[in-house]
Write a new protein. Structure first.
Length: 100
């Protein structure tokens, strides 16, 4: 079984390339936009943060999913039983990192 990467989104959400083309780089960029753009901005900023952490395996990203608000969608093919996300320790919030 193979899952193909999503190549398009519905008209109610922005495509990944559309999100990437915006100049949203930090959460404060999202504050002076309308509600939907602010939401899309937050997703774009989150995805950029994930990419900055250089996850060893990252075959999914956050996207707006109609009827579900936010979901994760494949950005490249994923085989059955294949690892699709590996999160490095420095990207995990735990008790000590949350309190600093």
């Amino acid at each position: 079984v193979e899952v193909d990467a999503l190549s398009s989104t519905t008209s109610t959400s922005m495509t990944s390339s559309s999100l990437e083309s915006n100049i949203w780089t930090q959460h404060s960029d999202c504050e002076n936009t309308n509600s939907n753009d602010s939401f899309l901005c937050a997703i774009a900023v989150f995805n950029q943060w994930v990419r900055s952490k250089n996850f060893p395996v990252q075959k999914i990203e956050a996207r707006q999913v109609p009827g579900m608000r936010v979901g994760t969608l494949a950005i490249e093919p994923i085989q059955a039983e294949e690892l699709y996300l590996a999160v490095p320790t420095n990207a995990v919030m735990d008790f000590s990192s949350a309190s600093s």
